[in-house]
Design a protein. Structure first.
Length: 451
């Protein structure tokens, strides 16, 4: 064993075998790591690998270490706002604008007219107030932050009345009761799981009440014997009694999808404060948007938490450019990927799937299959989005599990799903320019499997 250990090559010996274009410092670290592993393996009784093998292992390790863990993938799941895959993709023109801002200096807090310090969100506020008819607006990192900040700035030490049907948990650790207590407010539950009436709210309001909070149950639906109080009724009641009405709208759509409340409607109904995400149905960057009257927004913006939760310049650049597209709604629908994907009609998707099928290797026995996709991101939970997929069935020659893994490990990972022993490539979320890479990846699998 000692002899085998002594015979192991040195780092310099291995370097000679490597003519890849990799950063030298990373390569040296990786060779050392591989040699260490070899030493341990030899001590455990393994044979010594050849220099070539050690070089190959070192290159593979260096390559994997030089590849960012966060990188682009092809989403073939058909789920548009896929939480694990980064929710909403940005529009092309938005990404271009972000790039320009990222690469240089910008007017982040500079007013070109006066040559003095300016506001970092004035452009966004103007767009939001124009688009939604709200009086004022403010931006933070995500909607969870928006709700927490709102409660902290406007409700600390006082009661917040919420329906028992709306004590929602959103993915991660966002739970309405916990956010309320984190914001320093006291939860006052009213109604029952399935029914809450306006009288329940009215009876709960007392001197210590700061607000009525309505939470959009964006990721589930209660059906059957149910009743919920509309935003209009809640806004009217809160105005009559003199408490705030706050709406955690979650998905924050500017366009009406079957039954989904829009931001504009919530403003028109008279809710005092409305919070929603930038990267759900709006189709912009991850951020939280707070709309409300000037006085309330000023209180929120001067709260110390605002400084801790405010969004960075790249997010602001992406949000302003995305909102800009909404000035022409048809423009927004065609250019914002989340919107155009969600609005794509089944007939169009079938044609798109046929186009992909045509390019794929005929040996696969692939065919077209109708799917019922979901919006994802905890939005529109019941709405089925009929879509079309290229379906590759399990066969004696082909393991769909192996194919799924091969696609997932491709240079641009291709994320698919398996349903009833069939691998599905749902075209709702695949861009046509990505077909070529999918075809290439599947062909490489076929060559390797060589059936
Ligand atoms: C998604 C959602 C949140 C959390 O929003 P993030 O932007 O993910 O922080 C909060 N409330 C509701 C109702 C939601 O749907």
């Amino acid at each position: 064993m000692n002899e085998t250990l002594r015979a192991l090559p040195r780092v310099d010996d291995i370097l000679e075998y490597v003519d890849e274009d990799l950063p030298r410092a990373i390569l040296l670290d990786c060779i050392r790591e591989v040699l260490d592993n070899c030493r341990n393996a030899i001590i455990a009784g393994a044979a010594a690998p050849t220099k070539e093998t050690i070089a190959e292992m070192s290159i593979a390790l260096a390559k994997s270490k030089s590849t960012p863990v966060l990188r682009p993938v092809i989403n073939a799941t058909g789920i548009v706002l896929h939480t694990n895959l980064g929710r909403a993709p940005l529009a092309e023109s938005v990404a271009e604008h972000v790039k320009q801002v990222a690469l240089g200096y910008s007017t982040l807090e500079y007013d070109l007219q006066t040559g003095k310090r300016g506001s970092r969100t004035i452009g966004i506020e103007n767009l939001l107030t124009t688009l939604t008819k709200s009086e004022a607006a403010c931006i933070v990192n995500n909607n969870a932050a928006a709700v927490l900040l709102t409660l902290s700035a406007l409700c600390t030490g006082r009661e917040v009345v919420v329906s028992r049907s709306e004590l929602v948990e959103i993915g991660g650790s966002f739970r309405v009761p916990e956010v309320i207590s984190q914001g320093g407010a006291i939860l006052h539950e009213v109604g029952a799981t399935n029914k809450t009436h306006i009288s329940d709210y009215r009876n709960a309001i007392q001197d210590s009440t700061a607000a009525i909070l309505k939470v959009h149950t964006s990721n589930y639906k209660i059906m059957g014997f149910t009743h919920e109080v509309s935003t209009k009724e809640l806004a009217d009641l809160s105005r009559e009694i003199g408490v705030l009405s706050i709406y955690d709208l979650g998905s924050g759509s500017f366009v009406s999808f079957a039954g989904e409340p829009t931001v504009q409607q919530a403003v028109a109904d008279g809710m005092d404060i409305i919070c929603f995400s930038g990267d759900k149905l709006l189709g912009g960057p991850q951020c939280g948007i707070i709309l409300g009257g000037k006085e309330h927004i000023a209180k929120i913006r001067t709260h110390p938490l605002y400084r801790a939760l405010r969004a960075d310049k790249l997010t602001l650049a992406a949000l302003e450019a995305t909102l800009g597209l909404y000035r022409d709604i048809d423009n927004a629908k065609s250019q914002i990927p989340a919107l155009s994907m969600l609005l794509a009609q089944p007939a169009m998707l079938k044609e798109k799937a046929a186009l992909l099928l045509e390019q794929l290797d005929k040996k696969l026995d692939a065919r077209l299959q109708k799917t019922d996709g979901q919006a994802g991101g905890g939005s529109l939970p019941l709405q089925e989005f009929e879509s079309w997929a290229v379906a590759i069935p399990q066969s004696s020659q082909l393991s769909v599990e192996e194919l799924e893994k091969h696609l997932r490990n491709w240079k641009t990972p291709i994320i698919t799903r398996i349903h009833k022993n069939t691998l599905l490539l749902d075209v709702r979320t695949i861009e046509e320019r990505q077909f070529e890479e999918i075809v290439e990846c599947v062909a490489a699998y076929n060559r390797a499997a060589s059936y």
